[in-house]
Design a protein around this ligand. Structure first.
Ligand SMILES: Cc1cc2nc3c(=O)[nH]c(=O)nc-3n(C[C@H](O)[C@H](O)[C@H](O)COP(=O)(O)OP(=O)(O)OC[C@H]3O[C@@H](n4cnc5c(N)ncnc54)[C@H](O)[C@@H]3O)c2cc1C
Length: 289
Protein backbone atom coordinates (compact mmCIF):
# COMPACT_ATOMS: atom_id res chain seq x y z
CA UNK A 1 0.00 0.00 0.00
CA UNK A 2 1.02 3.62 -0.43
CA UNK A 3 0.65 6.34 2.24
CA UNK A 4 -2.35 8.64 2.24
CA UNK A 5 -1.41 12.09 0.81
CA UNK A 6 0.51 14.46 3.10
CA UNK A 7 2.50 17.68 2.87
CA UNK A 8 6.22 17.23 3.48
CA UNK A 9 8.18 19.86 5.47
CA UNK A 10 11.93 19.89 6.04
CA UNK A 11 12.76 22.52 8.68
CA UNK A 12 16.39 23.59 9.00
CA UNK A 13 16.43 23.99 12.78
CA UNK A 14 14.60 23.20 16.00
CA UNK A 15 12.75 26.54 16.16
CA UNK A 16 11.31 26.05 12.65
CA UNK A 17 10.35 22.44 13.43
CA UNK A 18 8.52 23.53 16.57
CA UNK A 19 6.67 26.31 14.78
CA UNK A 20 5.53 23.88 12.05
CA UNK A 21 4.35 21.39 14.66
CA UNK A 22 2.55 24.13 16.53
CA UNK A 23 0.91 25.47 13.35
CA UNK A 24 -0.43 22.06 12.27
CA UNK A 25 -1.25 20.59 15.70
CA UNK A 26 -2.69 17.06 15.65
CA UNK A 27 -2.46 16.95 11.81
CA UNK A 28 1.37 16.95 11.98
CA UNK A 29 3.79 14.14 12.76
CA UNK A 30 7.56 14.37 13.19
CA UNK A 31 9.63 12.04 11.00
CA UNK A 32 12.96 10.86 12.44
CA UNK A 33 14.53 7.59 11.20
CA UNK A 34 11.25 6.52 9.57
CA UNK A 35 11.80 2.89 10.62
CA UNK A 36 8.48 2.70 12.45
CA UNK A 37 6.60 5.63 10.94
CA UNK A 38 7.38 4.54 7.35
CA UNK A 39 5.57 1.19 7.70
CA UNK A 40 2.73 2.86 9.66
CA UNK A 41 2.24 5.36 6.79
CA UNK A 42 2.41 2.64 4.15
CA UNK A 43 -0.20 0.58 5.97
CA UNK A 44 -2.25 3.74 6.56
CA UNK A 45 -2.21 3.14 10.30
CA UNK A 46 -0.94 6.75 10.48
CA UNK A 47 -2.47 9.39 8.18
CA UNK A 48 -0.87 12.73 9.09
CA UNK A 49 -1.70 15.68 6.85
CA UNK A 50 1.80 17.11 7.48
CA UNK A 51 5.09 15.31 7.92
CA UNK A 52 7.81 17.34 9.65
CA UNK A 53 11.16 15.78 8.75
CA UNK A 54 13.68 16.24 11.60
CA UNK A 55 16.71 14.97 9.71
CA UNK A 56 18.31 18.41 9.19
CA UNK A 57 18.22 19.14 12.93
CA UNK A 58 21.83 18.10 13.43
CA UNK A 59 21.84 19.83 16.83
CA UNK A 60 19.69 16.91 18.04
CA UNK A 61 22.30 14.31 16.99
CA UNK A 62 24.49 14.72 20.05
CA UNK A 63 26.03 13.09 23.11
CA UNK A 64 27.04 15.22 26.11
CA UNK A 65 28.66 13.61 29.14
CA UNK A 66 28.78 15.63 32.39
CA UNK A 67 29.64 14.59 35.96
CA UNK A 68 25.99 13.98 36.85
CA UNK A 69 24.27 12.91 33.61
CA UNK A 70 24.64 11.90 29.98
CA UNK A 71 22.41 13.84 27.61
CA UNK A 72 21.65 12.20 24.29
CA UNK A 73 19.95 14.21 21.53
CA UNK A 74 16.69 12.75 20.20
CA UNK A 75 18.06 12.32 16.68
CA UNK A 76 21.01 10.19 17.77
CA UNK A 77 20.95 6.95 15.78
CA UNK A 78 21.05 3.48 17.30
CA UNK A 79 24.35 2.86 15.49
CA UNK A 80 26.02 5.78 17.25
CA UNK A 81 24.70 4.64 20.64
CA UNK A 82 26.17 1.19 19.99
CA UNK A 83 29.57 2.40 18.82
CA UNK A 84 30.49 5.88 20.09
CA UNK A 85 33.32 5.51 22.65
CA UNK A 86 31.80 8.14 24.99
CA UNK A 87 28.50 6.20 25.16
CA UNK A 88 30.22 2.83 25.54
CA UNK A 89 32.29 4.26 28.40
CA UNK A 90 29.57 6.14 30.29
CA UNK A 91 26.50 3.96 29.56
CA UNK A 92 27.73 0.51 28.43
CA UNK A 93 24.30 -1.04 29.09
CA UNK A 94 22.71 1.38 26.63
CA UNK A 95 25.39 0.65 24.01
CA UNK A 96 25.04 -3.10 24.36
CA UNK A 97 21.25 -2.94 24.03
CA UNK A 98 21.38 -0.57 21.03
CA UNK A 99 23.71 -2.99 19.22
CA UNK A 100 20.98 -5.68 19.31
CA UNK A 101 18.23 -3.59 17.67
CA UNK A 102 16.92 -5.05 14.39
CA UNK A 103 19.48 -5.15 11.58
CA UNK A 104 22.39 -2.91 10.59
CA UNK A 105 20.33 -0.80 8.15
CA UNK A 106 17.68 -0.14 10.81
CA UNK A 107 20.32 0.91 13.36
CA UNK A 108 21.78 3.33 10.81
CA UNK A 109 18.47 5.21 10.54
CA UNK A 110 16.51 4.61 13.75
CA UNK A 111 16.81 7.25 16.49
CA UNK A 112 16.49 7.20 20.26
CA UNK A 113 13.75 9.87 20.21
CA UNK A 114 11.76 7.91 17.61
CA UNK A 115 12.07 4.71 19.59
CA UNK A 116 10.80 6.34 22.81
CA UNK A 117 7.94 8.13 20.98
CA UNK A 118 6.91 4.93 19.19
CA UNK A 119 6.84 3.06 22.55
CA UNK A 120 6.87 -0.56 21.45
CA UNK A 121 6.77 -2.59 24.72
CA UNK A 122 9.48 -4.92 23.39
CA UNK A 123 11.86 -2.17 22.22
CA UNK A 124 15.34 -1.95 23.72
CA UNK A 125 15.79 1.80 24.27
CA UNK A 126 12.60 2.47 26.28
CA UNK A 127 13.60 -0.45 28.52
CA UNK A 128 17.07 0.95 29.14
CA UNK A 129 15.65 4.44 29.74
CA UNK A 130 13.27 3.07 32.41
CA UNK A 131 15.89 0.81 34.00
CA UNK A 132 18.48 3.58 34.32
CA UNK A 133 15.95 6.18 35.49
CA UNK A 134 16.34 8.44 32.44
CA UNK A 135 14.11 11.42 31.75
CA UNK A 136 12.97 12.97 28.47
CA UNK A 137 13.43 16.60 27.59
CA UNK A 138 10.38 17.74 25.62
CA UNK A 139 9.99 21.08 23.82
CA UNK A 140 6.62 22.46 22.80
CA UNK A 141 4.29 25.45 22.65
CA UNK A 142 4.37 25.82 26.46
CA UNK A 143 8.19 25.74 26.63
CA UNK A 144 10.39 22.86 27.76
CA UNK A 145 9.50 20.18 30.28
CA UNK A 146 11.30 17.13 31.64
CA UNK A 147 9.44 13.89 32.33
CA UNK A 148 10.66 10.55 33.71
CA UNK A 149 10.72 7.78 31.09
CA UNK A 150 8.60 5.62 33.41
CA UNK A 151 5.86 8.30 33.37
CA UNK A 152 6.27 9.13 29.68
CA UNK A 153 5.58 5.52 28.57
CA UNK A 154 1.92 4.94 29.37
CA UNK A 155 0.91 1.85 27.37
CA UNK A 156 1.52 0.16 24.01
CA UNK A 157 2.37 3.00 21.60
CA UNK A 158 0.85 5.51 24.01
CA UNK A 159 3.03 8.24 25.50
CA UNK A 160 2.81 11.58 27.31
CA UNK A 161 3.38 13.73 24.22
CA UNK A 162 1.00 16.58 23.39
CA UNK A 163 0.22 18.21 20.04
CA UNK A 164 3.07 20.42 18.90
CA UNK A 165 5.65 18.77 21.18
CA UNK A 166 8.97 17.22 20.25
CA UNK A 167 11.37 15.10 22.27
CA UNK A 168 14.70 16.90 22.08
CA UNK A 169 16.87 14.71 24.34
CA UNK A 170 17.12 11.92 26.88
CA UNK A 171 18.98 12.48 30.14
CA UNK A 172 20.55 9.49 31.89
CA UNK A 173 21.66 10.15 35.50
CA UNK A 174 25.19 9.21 36.58
CA UNK A 175 26.74 7.33 38.22
CA UNK A 176 25.46 3.89 37.23
CA UNK A 177 26.73 0.64 38.76
CA UNK A 178 29.86 -0.78 37.12
CA UNK A 179 28.30 -4.22 36.57
CA UNK A 180 25.68 -4.61 33.89
CA UNK A 181 24.15 -6.95 31.33
CA UNK A 182 21.51 -6.98 28.64
CA UNK A 183 19.98 -10.33 27.65
CA UNK A 184 17.11 -10.99 25.27
CA UNK A 185 15.44 -13.73 23.32
CA UNK A 186 13.88 -13.40 19.88
CA UNK A 187 12.81 -16.14 17.52
CA UNK A 188 14.90 -14.91 14.59
CA UNK A 189 17.93 -12.63 14.44
CA UNK A 190 16.71 -9.03 14.03
CA UNK A 191 13.18 -9.64 15.33
CA UNK A 192 11.82 -7.75 18.31
CA UNK A 193 12.61 -9.62 21.54
CA UNK A 194 9.92 -11.77 23.14
CA UNK A 195 11.46 -10.90 26.51
CA UNK A 196 14.50 -8.82 27.42
CA UNK A 197 16.27 -8.13 30.71
CA UNK A 198 18.44 -5.14 31.61
CA UNK A 199 20.55 -5.25 34.75
CA UNK A 200 22.87 -2.79 36.42
CA UNK A 201 24.49 -2.93 39.86
CA UNK A 202 27.62 -2.21 41.87
CA UNK A 203 29.35 -4.02 44.72
CA UNK A 204 29.99 -2.48 48.14
CA UNK A 205 33.34 -2.79 49.99
CA UNK A 206 32.42 -6.32 51.08
CA UNK A 207 31.54 -7.34 47.54
CA UNK A 208 27.81 -7.34 48.25
CA UNK A 209 25.12 -6.14 45.84
CA UNK A 210 24.57 -2.38 45.83
CA UNK A 211 22.25 -0.12 43.80
CA UNK A 212 20.69 -2.93 41.78
CA UNK A 213 18.43 -1.91 38.92
CA UNK A 214 16.49 -4.51 37.01
CA UNK A 215 14.19 -3.91 34.05
CA UNK A 216 12.13 -6.20 31.83
CA UNK A 217 10.91 -5.61 28.30
CA UNK A 218 8.23 -7.49 26.36
CA UNK A 219 6.31 -8.83 29.34
CA UNK A 220 3.72 -6.09 29.93
CA UNK A 221 2.44 -3.09 27.97
CA UNK A 222 5.37 -0.90 29.10
CA UNK A 223 8.92 -1.74 30.18
CA UNK A 224 8.98 -2.69 33.85
CA UNK A 225 11.38 -1.74 36.59
CA UNK A 226 11.09 -3.74 39.79
CA UNK A 227 12.14 -1.45 42.70
CA UNK A 228 10.77 -3.71 45.48
CA UNK A 229 12.84 -6.64 44.29
CA UNK A 230 15.84 -4.35 43.83
CA UNK A 231 15.52 -3.24 47.48
CA UNK A 232 15.26 -6.85 48.68
CA UNK A 233 18.56 -7.72 46.99
CA UNK A 234 20.47 -4.78 48.52
CA UNK A 235 23.45 -6.02 50.58
CA UNK A 236 23.13 -9.66 49.56
CA UNK A 237 26.17 -11.58 48.32
CA UNK A 238 26.42 -11.90 44.53
CA UNK A 239 26.27 -15.69 44.62
CA UNK A 240 24.29 -18.54 43.10
CA UNK A 241 21.57 -18.48 45.81
CA UNK A 242 20.93 -14.77 45.37
CA UNK A 243 20.79 -15.10 41.58
CA UNK A 244 18.21 -17.91 41.82
CA UNK A 245 16.18 -15.95 44.41
CA UNK A 246 16.23 -12.87 42.24
CA UNK A 247 15.10 -14.76 39.14
CA UNK A 248 12.32 -16.53 41.06
CA UNK A 249 11.14 -13.23 42.59
CA UNK A 250 10.98 -11.63 39.13
CA UNK A 251 9.03 -14.57 37.68
CA UNK A 252 6.57 -14.43 40.59
CA UNK A 253 6.04 -10.67 40.27
CA UNK A 254 5.43 -10.13 36.56
CA UNK A 255 2.05 -10.58 34.85
CA UNK A 256 3.01 -11.31 31.22
CA UNK A 257 0.71 -10.80 28.26
CA UNK A 258 -0.98 -14.05 27.20
CA UNK A 259 -1.46 -14.99 23.56
CA UNK A 260 -1.77 -18.17 21.52
CA UNK A 261 1.60 -17.55 19.89
CA UNK A 262 3.39 -16.67 23.14
CA UNK A 263 1.62 -18.00 26.25
CA UNK A 264 2.14 -16.09 29.51
CA UNK A 265 3.76 -19.11 31.14
CA UNK A 266 6.38 -19.20 28.37
CA UNK A 267 7.24 -15.49 28.79
CA UNK A 268 7.48 -15.99 32.56
CA UNK A 269 9.95 -18.86 32.17
CA UNK A 270 11.93 -16.88 29.63
CA UNK A 271 12.13 -13.95 32.05
CA UNK A 272 13.41 -16.21 34.83
CA UNK A 273 16.05 -17.77 32.58
CA UNK A 274 17.17 -14.42 31.19
CA UNK A 275 17.57 -12.89 34.67
CA UNK A 276 19.93 -15.73 35.64
CA UNK A 277 21.81 -15.34 32.37
CA UNK A 278 22.09 -11.56 32.77
CA UNK A 279 23.43 -11.75 36.31
CA UNK A 280 25.96 -14.40 35.39
CA UNK A 281 27.10 -12.49 32.36
CA UNK A 282 27.58 -9.32 34.47
CA UNK A 283 29.74 -11.32 36.91
CA UNK A 284 31.67 -13.03 34.10
CA UNK A 285 32.46 -9.66 32.55
CA UNK A 286 33.73 -8.43 35.93
CA UNK A 287 36.05 -11.43 36.23
CA UNK A 288 37.32 -10.91 32.69
CA UNK A 289 37.87 -7.17 33.28
C1 LIG B 1 12.40 -4.64 10.39
C2 LIG B 1 12.49 -3.80 11.63
C3 LIG B 1 12.97 -4.38 12.79
C4 LIG B 1 13.06 -3.63 13.97
N1 LIG B 1 13.52 -4.23 15.09
C5 LIG B 1 13.60 -3.53 16.23
C6 LIG B 1 14.08 -4.13 17.43
O1 LIG B 1 14.46 -5.30 17.46
N2 LIG B 1 14.10 -3.37 18.56
C7 LIG B 1 13.69 -2.05 18.57
O2 LIG B 1 13.73 -1.42 19.61
N3 LIG B 1 13.25 -1.46 17.44
C8 LIG B 1 13.19 -2.16 16.29
N4 LIG B 1 12.74 -1.54 15.16
C9 LIG B 1 12.24 -0.15 15.25
C10 LIG B 1 13.39 0.85 15.16
O3 LIG B 1 14.17 0.84 16.32
C11 LIG B 1 12.85 2.27 14.95
O4 LIG B 1 13.94 2.98 14.50
C12 LIG B 1 12.25 2.99 16.14
O5 LIG B 1 11.18 2.29 16.72
C13 LIG B 1 11.66 4.33 15.72
O6 LIG B 1 12.67 5.23 15.53
P1 LIG B 1 12.72 6.14 14.25
O7 LIG B 1 13.77 7.15 14.49
O8 LIG B 1 12.84 5.28 13.04
O9 LIG B 1 11.31 6.89 14.33
P2 LIG B 1 10.15 7.17 13.21
O10 LIG B 1 9.83 5.89 12.56
O11 LIG B 1 10.64 8.27 12.33
O12 LIG B 1 9.04 7.69 14.15
C14 LIG B 1 8.37 6.84 15.05
C15 LIG B 1 7.35 7.65 15.85
O13 LIG B 1 8.02 8.56 16.71
C16 LIG B 1 7.63 9.92 16.42
N5 LIG B 1 8.85 10.71 16.62
C17 LIG B 1 10.06 10.49 16.04
N6 LIG B 1 10.97 11.34 16.56
C18 LIG B 1 10.32 12.10 17.47
C19 LIG B 1 10.73 13.16 18.34
N7 LIG B 1 12.00 13.59 18.42
N8 LIG B 1 9.80 13.71 19.16
C20 LIG B 1 8.51 13.28 19.12
N9 LIG B 1 8.07 12.28 18.31
C21 LIG B 1 8.97 11.70 17.51
C22 LIG B 1 7.10 9.88 15.00
O14 LIG B 1 6.19 10.92 14.74
C23 LIG B 1 6.43 8.52 14.99
O15 LIG B 1 5.17 8.58 15.60
C24 LIG B 1 12.65 -2.25 13.97
C25 LIG B 1 12.20 -1.66 12.79
C26 LIG B 1 12.11 -2.42 11.63
C27 LIG B 1 11.62 -1.76 10.36
Amino acid sequence: MKPAPFLYHRPANLADALSLLRAHGSAAKPLAGGQSLGPMLNMRLARPGHLVDLNDLIELDSVRVTDSFVEIGALTRHHRLANAPEVRRSLPLLSAAAATIGHYAIRQRGTIGGSLAHADPAAQLPLIAVTLGASLVIAGPEGTREVAASDFLQSIMTVDLRDGELITALRFPLPVGGLWAFEYFSRRHGDFALVSVALSFARDEEGKIDALRIGLGGVETVPLRLPEIEARMQGRPADETTIRDLAAAVAATIAPEDSEQVPAVYRRELAETLVVRAFQSALNREEGA
